[in-house]
Design a protein around this ligand. Structure first.
Ligand SMILES: [Zn+2]
Length: 130
């Protein structure tokens, strides 16, 4: 009965191939998604919505101040996240592709010119690459 081993081996191989295909598809699907991060005007200081964003390399993020604010600046401790530590957010907003980074949690900060303070989330705003 040597054939039975071969049959099981082939089944296992097919299963693993399928798993790999699914994984590749999921990764491809994840690329190029678009996210909006709103910096919402309110009394005191602006608020970041969503406070925690789930994004992957290649996804695009549109940073936009809502309301009649003068825009502001983005600060990233990890410069590879958006190709630089500091980026200006003009009134009309700015779109940026997420760069290649290791999976992890990336806190950042948004400075609001109008309020002269850092916009707040529930805690510090963060990008998670799960
Ligand atoms: Zn503000």
């Amino acid at each position: 009965m040597p054939n039975r081993d071969i049959v099981w081996e082939n089944r296992a191989k097919t299963f693993l191939d399928q798993l790999e295909t699914d994984r590749t598809r999921a990764e491809k699907r994840g690329k190029g998604r678009k996210h909006l991060v709103s910096i919402v005007h309110q009394n005191g200081c602006c608020k970041v919505d969503p406070p925690v964003l789930h994004a992957s390399p290649g996804d695009k993020i549109l940073w936009k101040f809502d309301g009649s604010t003068d825009g502001g600046y983005l600060f990233f401790p990890v410069k590879e996240l958006f190709n630089g530590h500091v980026h200006k957010i003009p009134k009309e907003g700015v779109e940026q592709p997420m760069g290649k980074v290791e999976r992890g949690r990336y806190p950042y900060a948004i400075y609001c010119k109008t309020h002269n303070c850092f916009a707040v989330g529930n805690s510090d705003p963060r990008i998670d690459y799960p």
